[in-house]
Write a protein that binds this ligand. Sequence first.
Ligand code: 3HC
Ligand code: NAI
Length: 697
Amino acid sequence: MNATGNPAVTSVVTWANEGGIAVVTVNSPPVNALSAAVRGGLKQAFEAAAADPAVEAVVLICEGQTFMAGADISEFGKPPVSPSFREVQDVMEATGKPVVMAIHGTALGGGLEIALVGNYRIAVPSAKLGLPEVKLGLLPGAGGTQRLPRVVGVEKALALITSGDQVPAKEALKIGLLDALAEEGHLKRDALAFARAVLAEKRPLKRVGDLGDKLAEVRGKPEVFAEFRKANARKFRGFEAPEAIIRCIEAAVDLPLEEGLVFERARFEELKVGSQSAAQRHYFFAERQAAKVPDVPADTPLRDIQTVGVLGAGTMGTGIAMSFLNGGFRVRLLETSEAALEHGTGIIRKTYEGNVARGRMSDKDFDGRLAQLTPTLDYADLADCDLIVEAVFEQMDIKKQVFAKLDAVAKPGAILATNTSYLDVNEIAAATKRPQDVIGLHFFSPAHIMRLLEVVRGSETAKDVIATSMKLARRIGKVPVLVGVCHGFVGNRIHLQRQTQAERIVLEGATPWQVDAVLEGFGLPMGPFRMRDMAGNDVGWNRETSSSATVREILNEMGRHGQKSGAGYYDYDAGRKPTPSEISLKVIRDFAAARGIAQREIPDEEIFERCLYVMVNEGAKILEEGIASRASDIDVVWVTGYGWPVYRGGPMFWGELVGLDRISARLSELAALHGDSFQPAALLQRLAAEGKGFAQA
Ligand code: 3HC
Ligand code: NAI
């Protein structure tokens, strides 16, 4: 019994009879995930409500921040515990009394699937509904692929379930996913009133499973599915879950509900035990884990950030400025000349104009954001900034001068950040008298779009500066990962290893297109040479100092700067479509010959191993040096910053899947053949010998 004299079914589910209506309440923080305890509690509560003659209807509602946000992901991979989703849903459907689902926060995955077996759904306007299982490499396994198309139609269901997008309550009402909206903050009151109205009007016990009209509309029209597959082929490339989802929705159209549910469950189980879902679940927790810093307590007081200064209005400075403007901050943008300032603000304006034209930004937001931007040439204008992010040229002497000037003008307690890609943050911090306030905030290009933010901790950086930076990153929609100081931090340092390999392999006889094809076949969006052509072969290249010392220098000296100049490693047509270039290949072959590098046919497998195993090895070195706190942080960097396919979890997760013993042994072989750069890290060797994973390092 609970305080009101009603049965407290379990510690996480209670119910109370409120004037003939059983109010079943789930309270399982943080997100009311449908753990075994919640499922068990729901089953008991609905059985009790069904059996109790004093109960005429049931309202299911949740405490805390949200309605049920889905199955408990941490239970996947463990033996199943009853009751299953299906058993709970069957009990709910068999109540014989109106069941009203009262939704706030996010009704996601299994949460929405539970809601779909209710007879009616009501939500507050701020609520969102969705089936995000695809993001975990799964499909909705509790009827979502069968019931959602019955409610919203096949085409909408295909789009929603393969994207995992959330539908805001108002839109959900329009498409029939909700029956009513409650007043914000009054969900329980309005859900009870709704239930009473259903009883008073003797409304029928609507069952989603009985709806058939929307399915009939596409029956015998396989082209609906064929077109959907075609239109999304690029987006779904490499992923298993979207195709499984499409097949389940086809089954919804072709089979009776019961058979469709069985078909869906079988596909769900297949995906659940597969490596893609394991990888994507790993990534889900990795991203959340990355936000936590082992030695910086979660309750560390934060510095207040309202006004942000950005130095340098080039590629990065403009993107960084937009990130903060979009996050609602005031921004002061400083440059060295009026022309550079105009150029930078022009880029910001043009980007926002593009957003407005595409309907992604309102006119009001356009005006509002530009009004928050103050371009300036005067350091004195940075005096009231709470945070200043430097994004000037990548040269230590310039960075030091800039930080010395910032030290002179910035108010006490202001955070001074550098966006350097490779330089030593400690050396930059030493140019000030307040190294404790200095940190690296390494954005990725384009900075207003890319989600990764490497937060670089200097040896003297204060804990509250770290805590504030991690929190701030979330406020501007970034995924922060704390890293230590070293050349290239986590992302670029590992990238450099792979790039070096790719270039060596090409000198030994592979073609750039062979290397690109191998890595693209693995799931990377672009191979290293296509990537270099796209980014600009000349980034970091200097005409004055160029001395034909590398293939890249020679290509640049020939004017082959990449896509933008119509030629780089590849040749490009007017539509920027690449074709393998005989010219660049000759440059490579001549260069290798001049240096006496023997040419041979290189098997794809060798390219694969050399390019990818060195990444795992570098990751292991980064871990043993303490540059990253956990292997999963390295995975987050590579998935969010470099397009590592999320269905392969990140290089460290993938390395474990391949087997650390196998990688370590192969690296030793490669070291004997090609030199010390392949020498496996001590940590890798130890874990391989002990049969352990990185988490047990
Ligand atoms: N299972 C287990 N834990 C979960 C969880 C879930 N479904 N969803 C969130 N959590 C945990 C997080 O790991 C985090 O834990 P931590 O505090 O220890 O790090 C905590 O809940 C809070 O999560 P967030 O930091 O993400 O909180 P937000 O407020 O930013 O977001 C959310 C809340 C929108 C609910 C977001 O957590 C989310 O998207 N969750 C996943 C939803 C999902 O994928 N549901 C489908 C699950 S699969 C399924 O239902 C299968 C079914 O079809 C059979
Ligand atoms: P950029 O050359 O596009 O822009 C640099 C801007 O800084 C120029 O507009 C220049 O006028 C301005 N500037 C130079 N000295 C200045 C000074 N003393 N005060 C104020 N402004 C000054 O360079 P980019 O690419 O934006 O790089 C900036 C920094 O960001 C570098 O440290 C770089 O390593 C880093 N970075 C670059 C990435 C990229 O993809 N381009 C990615 C991540 C970091």
